[in-house]
Design a protein around this ligand. Structure first.
Ligand code: KIV
Ligand code: ZN
Length: 536
């Protein structure tokens, strides 16, 4: 299956989203990304306009066909963000959500105007169709809902020929009624009919049957219309139901990076795209325009902007997704990469890891020691492994300082540096840290500023130690679950390719972080001194 950028973008094919998806015998699945709308609306995933714009550029570069940039009628801030994206992000179609009410449709039409003027703006109108929503939420009759749908689509058509209509809660709606509503929306001018499982209720076979039923029921009225799905993950089935919908005739999938979205989230872009690629033997005729090598960087960008990382075991983008920890697995991977991987991490812009844990075997420990340039005595391997296992049992993950300790047999790392006094605070435009430390028996002081107090502390401590530690992971935990528990900061720092973990404990989390940095500095010096002596 050919992937990514060598394919023409659907959005670029004369602007015809609903005609450009058939190439020879292969069918392109339209990737409609709603990270910036459904993803952003979830608690703790809010983004500002600047962050949204950066993500939109990334999505465009990755090859998504349609970006749902927001819900312009929901707030002035969202209107602005959608407008800016419509102005500046070229390539994909830019879409905006609207209820079937004049205020929303007008807001969407105006916000999207720059994209509409280029033939690349889409309005996505929706109304709920399940009895639970129609009667209890909207307090309307089914007939009134059809009138709303028709009115909404017509209003949207007065701004753009690209109009998507969604039957909210399709998953729990009566199918014959859906056929009726969808036909009316198509008659009114919709080019896409979206059939969302709004509450993630569908199981796989049902999704296949329901999507097939609706497409069959709409019959010739649906000619040239794109059928779309938008599934939520309440039962953890959204990737499976989305793939089932493709087999049943859906040609557009609404997805988000990292699967973010309302409640348990939306179908994740990376999972659907990877499934179609990895299982091209099964899904052969379907392909997407996504450059999968950009998935990792995009996932990290969304994490940075939202401040929320995917779960460690999240497929494709989780830190452990290509991490091999068990001894048997690590040994298998050393012999054949295919032993425990169905895809290559480099094809998804992510890294393979062989984290050392108490489960790791001798082969992996030896391999890591060699890779790191940490010299050891072959004759002492049994002893090294014994000490390694004892240390690893106490650590969740083993780092280079633990390896050196196992090799040297030291019971603890020497304290080259110790914190004498520490204070930090915020300016209106940033922060500062003032650090006093014992370094090689002398008291030294440094004051630095930074974007935040931890960054300022990092700079000050690095200046005093002469090391160049870089915080790659920062975890704040609680020593106990009760109120008043001490904050523990754990910092993994890299320097010259080495990784160590420092720990600090204090009532104040910033002071705890500074203590953890000093601990990490001691560990890094210990590793570097040993490696330098070994190399010399
Ligand atoms: O989940 C849903 O039904 C939605 C619609 C607005 C498409 O997000
Ligand atoms: Zn949704």
């Amino acid at each position: 299956m050919s992937e990514g950028n060598e394919e023409n973008s659907i959005a670029g094919q004369g602007g015809q989203v609903n005609e450009g998806n058939r190439e020879n015998d292969r069918e392109r699945i339209i990737i409609y990304d709603t990270t910036l709308r459904d993803g952003e609306q979830a608690p703790k995933f809010g983004m500002n306009a600047e962050g949204k714009l950066e993500i939109a550029h990334g999505l465009a570069s990755m090859g998504v066909d349609i970006i749902e940039a927001g819900f312009p009628g929901s707030s002035p801030g969202d209107w602005e963000a959608v407008h800016q994206i419509a102005k500046e992000v070229h390539g994909p179609v830019i879409s905006g959500l609207a209820r079937c009410v004049e205020y929303d449709v007008k807001a969407a039409g105006e916000a999207l105007k720059p994209a509409i003027d280029r033939g690349q703006g889409k309005i996505h109108v929706f109304v709920a169709t399940s009895d639970i929503h129609v009667k209890d939420k909207l307090r309307k009759t089914r007939e009134q809902v059809i009138e709303m749908a028709v009115k909404g689509v017509r209003m949207a058509r007065s701004y753009t020929p690209r109009v998507e209509f969604s039957c909210e809660d399709f998953g729990r709606s009566d199918l014959d009624y859906i056929v009726e509503v969808a036909k009316a929306a198509i008659d009114a001018g919709a080019d896409t009919i979206n059939l969302p499982d709004t509450v993630g209720y569908m199981v796989v076979k049902e999704e296949t049957e329901r999507i097939s039923y609706v497409i069959r029921g709409i019959g010739s009225v649906g000619k040239g219309i794109i059928f779309s799905v938008h599934n939520h993950d309440d039962l953890g089935l959204s990737t499976a139901t989305t793939l089932a919908a493709i087999e049943a005739g859906a040609r557009q999938v609404e997805v988000t990076m990292n699967g973010i979205g309302e409640r348990a989230g939306n179908t994740s872009l990376e999972q659907v795209v990877a499934a179609l690629k990895v299982r091209s033997d099964y899904y052969g005729r379907f392909y997407t325009g996504i450059d999968t090598r950009q998935i990792g960087p995009m996932s990290r960008l969304v994490s940075t902007i939202t401040g929320q990382k995917p779960q460690l075991n999240s497929p494709i983008v989780g830190e452990n997704a290509f991490g091999h920890a068990a001894g048997i697995h690590q040994d298998g991977m050393l012999k054949s990469q295919k032993a425990y991987e169905i895809m290559r991490p480099e094809d998804y812009g992510v890294e393979r890891r062989f984290p050392l844990t108490a489960r790791s075997g001798k082969n992996q420990v030896v391999q890591t020691l060699k890779e790191r340039g940490i010299s050891f005595d072959d004759a002492d391997l049994e002893g090294i492994m014994e000490r390694y296992k004892a240390l690893a049992d106490k650590r969740r993950e083993v780092h280079d300082d633990d390896l050196v300790q196992a090799v040297r047999g030291d019971s603890q790392v020497p304290a080259y540096f110790s914190l004498k006094s520490f204070s930090a605070g915020k300016y209106p435009e940033g922060a500062f840290a003032e650090v006093e430390m014992n370094v090689d028996g002398k008291v030294k002081k440094s004051t630095k500023s930074g974007k935040g107090m931890i960054e300022a502390s990092e700079k000050a401590i690095n200046e005093l130690t002469g090391l160049d530690l870089d915080i790659s992971r920062y975890d704040a935990r609680s020593a106990t679950s009760g109120a008043g528990s001490k904050g523990i900061e754990i910092i993994v720092a890299r320097n010259n390719g080495f990784t160590v973990m420092g720990q600090g404990m204090d009532d104040d989390t910033v002071t705890g972080a500074a203590k953890a940095l000093v601990d990490a500095s001691n560990r890094m010096k210990y590793v570097m001194d040993y490696a330098a002596a070994g190399r010399g």
